[in-house]
Design a protein around this ligand. Structure first.
Ligand code: NAG
Ligand code: NAG
Length: 180
């Protein structure tokens, strides 16, 4: 299966803003691209129609940031593929994800974001997870062993782009009043 990651359309204001001289007391906003990626392992999204319990879970690492997180959402739902809105927090609260299905656009989307640097830097990316939901039939014939699952690889990577917001330092705000 060919995987393709789609970058979230984060703000890209850097070119317009840096072209205009900004006085030091005004807030500035910068945006940069980066070629980082989240490496995902142990991905699954499945549930048993009989127990009415479903789980989406995965492990995430970003080697460039020495980041490791486990992300999970468990719901009692029918049908048995879990959707959870962004931001659903991972075990490390600087990482959040969403797993969403927004018809009529066909298929599931996984969104991931890592926020750090005093909440001023966000690495964010997303991937389309398709819509291939299958039923596993327990070969023993016991229907309690059946479950539904989203047919998607357990290991993949999600490219992200990086947005850095630089806020004014408080000394500049207190000493320099805006000129009319
Ligand atoms: C989150 O889980 C990962 C394992 O995937 C672990 O390495 C990390 O220390 C955990 N983080 C926290 C804050 O518990
Ligand atoms: C980042 O934002 C979260 C949510 O508002 C808040 O709980 C946390 O304290 C913030 N962290 C920093 C370093 O400002």
């Amino acid at each position: 299966m060919q995987l393709k990651s789609y970058l979230l359309p984060f703000l890209s204001l850097a070119s317009t803003l840096t072209a205009t001289p900004i006085t030091p007391e005004k807030p500035s906003l910068q945006s940069r691209s980066s070629s980082g990626c989240f490496e995902i392992t142990q991905f699954r999204n499945s549930g048993s129609p009989h127990s009415i319990s479903a789980t989406v879970s995965f492990d995430l690492v970003d080697r460039s940031k020495n980041l490791a997180a486990t992300c999970r959402a468990i719901l009692s739902i029918q049908p048995s593929i879990v959707t959870t809105q962004f931001p659903t927090y991972c075990n490390d609260s600087s990482v959040a994800f969403g797993f969403e299905y927004n018809p009529p656009f066909p298929g599931y989307w996984l969104y991931i974001a890592h926020i750090y640097n005093n909440n001023n830097t966000v690495d964010g990316g997303s991937i389309w997870a398709g819509r291939d939901v299958r039923r596993y039939d327990n070969p023993s014939g016991n229907p309690n062993g059946d479950y539904d699952y989203l047919n998607f690889p357990a290991e993949f990577s999600v490219g992200y782009n990086r947005h850095v917001q630089e806020l004014p330092v408080s000394t500049a705000v207190s000493t320099a009043a805006p000129t009319p």
